[in-house]
Design a protein around this ligand. Sequence first.
Ligand code: PGA
Length: 251
Amino acid sequence: MRQPMVAGNWKMNGSRDFTHTLVSDLLAGGVSSCAAKVVICPPFPYLGVASDGLDGNGEVALGGQNLDVHESGAYTGEVSGAMLADMGCEYVIVGHSERRALYGEDNARVADKVRAARAAGLVPILCVGETLAEREADRTEAVVGAQLDAVIEALGVEAFDGTVVAYEPVWAIGTGRTASGEQAQAVHAFIRGRLSRHDGEVASAIRILYGGSVKPDNAAALFAEPDIDGGLIGGASLKAADFLAICNAAG
Ligand code: PGA
């Protein structure tokens, strides 16, 4: 039985005060007793503030939003997996569609980031998903399949062992347009099936999160689907009450 997971992707939002307040509000709202595994991913500069706010509360995990493929060295502006781990992160988002679209991360680069995350002892949350044009051209499975295959080809299916995949249709991110439970379930089942071609155990153990305009009022219907193991939440993760409601809908 897979424990559900809800991860908050704050993106490039907040401040020191905002981070402090949001973490306190989540704790005061009972996030630690949520049955789902909860992860928060603030921007890099606020990881320390978030970690201090959590104060060793092991029930809520910390994640980075990105990492570099290198361990250290002359890579100005980059952050390594080892640094994230050192700041208390257990997870890291890899290959978010904004990174792919705005920062030129292709499938090979994303695979290398999965490798770097695992090498640093972090659990990658690998994001996959199609654009609206790709969905309308009936290419969803081809696109998502290629995104998964790139990692399998580079690292083997073992790279998915104990990790997390987030299916985030690009057309649903930040648009208020959510995939229906049925649409999301179909792709989640496809993802699990693709992995099970290589390793049935890895495929059935992996958590597959849905992301894209998840809100308190649509979370329960999405999470009720058999292959949807929780959510990767953007906008709604910035409001304590909304994020808590989504966490409770998952657990
Ligand atoms: P959203 O973002 O919930 O604001 O649509 C999800 C994501 O980008 O991870």
